[in-house]
Design a binder for this molecule. Structure first.
Ligand code: GLY
Length: 559
């Protein structure tokens, strides 16, 4: 039976043109890496109950929505990149939030035409219509094999019984306390008795447990219609928001063809719009593909990678938006000839100031959002990046539902050229329009190589794209999954025209050499990201998983 499965996997994966090895060994174990041990355990529990990677993805997502609500949740959305072993299908489930029908391009501008950052980021006016629950139902119906009620059970238990507060969530509550205090339902969960929970104290979310139970019973109708929907709309509107019941009822999941590209013999499958991540990664890798980075001098390598980042983020700011609303020149931006043109403008010795590049005219954050990676023993894979946007999102829990609403509207360009919370700028392609999805940087990715498959991604706002890129380059250098998630990080996003460095990323001599090439260095005091990755060696069937060492709750388990 196992041999048959192996042969079948071999043929079907070859059919997807993704894998070329003649002898494919199915994964001997399943691997899950996520941002919290309760979420990883929930995924493995569902696999043990007969579920596949897609059922496990629902369990992991839903549990993260309870125990890591500062990063993702059912009041938010995200992208699940799937690989189905049975037919080699790669697809991105787009559960991104959409702007409500009453949204309009100028909704965050004050009487002087300036962006009101508080309205764009805090409270219910900052919230777009969530997509995560619709994503769960779509995954269960079309890809999973267990009922949604089963896959949601671990999350329901975690909400009802509580989870112990841990340093990362405590820090986020402290940072967001001023906003949370505006809303009694948010206070009740995160500041019980007016106090930030202590480490180990249980955070119990009874209303959220009931909302998840309604979804377990009625599917997405338990969230987008009926009592939960009515309570959310009432709470939003009483507090200055613009949601309607029709907005919720009209929410639809989209299946997107992922962005695919080749890099020196590796095939990448990555996020499609409304994420900018896949296109930017493809552009950067196409630019870099002409050079052998592995054996290159370190300073030269960082310089060339930075110049490629600069150019891809410049394109992001001009061209990228929701393809249901704007025409994005995907073919052009991901074409090797286009990259060759960009490459020709790169000097090997000198940084090009961003304002030399035609474009539009610092405060990157980003330990919000979440990512997890799964490979099951059939070879099904999920790379999922989910978000509520900034840490603890809008800070607004809709009374009686336990649902913390996202502040994803800030991922739109509130005004051309005006930076959002991540310092990213945008133009008309990403302006606010009713029913439109805000441009994202989330970049869940698969890599199919001759002998290995990689599943990876990370949170981190505008730096998601470059963190995934650096993980990929480390993989292409021949290093293992533990190295991809640990590698020091640097970042350039076109504007502000700075080369950002994570704490201790580069030594003083390398920094000096990069400055001599004209790079303006911005040294961060902290570290970035929370990458979770899984690999599968197709020759041996061995599965490995790793979580970013930068956070203490990361949980990578192979069994
Ligand atoms: N909210 C962060 C992103 O989608 O890029």
């Amino acid at each position: 039976m196992r041999v048959l499965q192996t042969l079948l996997a071999c043929c079907l994966l070859i059919g997807s043109s993704a894998i070329h090895s003649s002898e494919v060994q199915l994964p001997k174990q399943a691997g899950i890496a996520s941002a919290h041990p309760m979420a990883t355990a929930a995924g493995h529990k569902i696999l043990a109950q007969g579920g596949n990677a897609f059922d496990a993805a629902i369990a992991v997502s839903a549990t993260l929505a309870v125990v890591e609500q500062q990063s993702s949740g059912i009041g938010g959305g995200g992208f699940w990149l799937l690989h189905r072993a049975q037919d080699g299908k790669n697809v991105m489930i787009d559960g991104r939030e959409v702007a409500p029908a009453a949204a309009h391009a100028d909704m965050y501008l004050d009487e002087n035409g300036e962006v009101n950052r508080d309205l764009a980021l805090n409270g219910p006016l900052a919230a777009a219509i969530p997509g995560e629950i619709a994503g769960f139902e779509h995954l269960a119906k079309h890809y999973g094999r267990l009922p949604l009620a089963v896959s949601l059970q671990p999350a329901i238990e975690a909400a009802a019984k509580g989870f112990p507060a841990y340093p990362r969530i405590i820090r986020t509550i402290e940072r967001k306390a001023k906003v949370l205090k505006r809303y009694p339902a948010s206070m009740a969960v995160y500041l019980p008795n007016g106090q930030v929970p202590k480490e180990g104290e249980l955070i119990i979310q009874s209303d959220l447990a009931n909302t998840l139970k309604a979804v377990a019973k009625h599917g997405k109708a338990g969230f987008y219609a009926g009592e939960v929907a009515e309570k959310m709309v009432q709470a939003v509107r009483e507090n200055g928001g613009i949601w309607t019941l029709e907005d919720l009822q009209n929410y639809t999941i989209k299946e997107r063809d992922p962005i695919t590209t080749n890099y020196r013999g590796h095939q990448l499958v990555t996020a499609a719009p409304p994420s900018s991540g896949g296109i930017a990664i493809a552009t950067i890798l196409n630019i870099l593909s002409a050079w052998d980075l592995t054996d290159m001098d370190r300073v030269k390598r960082i310089h060339l990678v930075t110049e490629a980042m600069r150019r891809a983020y410049r394109d992001r700011s001009i061209y990228l938006g929701d393809t249901d609303f704007v025409e994005v020149p995907i073919q052009l931006l991901t074409h090797p000839y286009y990259a060759a043109g960009l490459r020709a403008s790169i000097s090997p010795v000198k940084a090009m100031p961003s304002d030399y590049l035609p474009g539009i005219n610092d405060n990157p954050k980003g330990e919000d959002t979440t990512h997890f990676s799964i490979i099951d023993t059939e070879g099904n894979m999920v790379s999922a990046t989910l978000t509520v946007n900034t840490g603890l999102a809008s800070g607004f829990i809709a009374t009686g539902t336990g649902v913390l609403l996202n502040n994803e509207m800030d991922d739109f360009s509130a005004k051309p050229g005006e930076p959002n919370a991540f310092g990213l700028i945008g133009d008309d392609a990403n302006k606010i329009e009713p029913g439109k999805r805000p441009l994202s940087s989330m970049s869940p990715t698969f890599v199919f190589s001759d002998d290995q498959v990689a599943v990876l991604g990370t949170p981190g706002g505008s730096r998601i794209i470059t963190m995934v890129l650096l993980g990929l380059l480390d993989h292409f250098d021949g290093n293992n999954v533990h190295s991809w998630v640990s590698k020091p990080r640097y970042h350039h996003q076109y504007l502000p025209d700075k080369l950002y460095l994570e704490k201790d990323a580069l030594d003083p001599a390398t920094i000096e050499a990069l400055q001599a090439k004209g790079h303006v260095i911005h040294q961060h005091k902290g570290d970035w990201g929370n990458m979770h990755a899984v690999s599968w060696n197709k020759t041996t069937g061995a599965v490995d998983a790793a979580s970013d060492p930068r956070t203490t709750t990361g949980s990578a388990v192979v069994k």
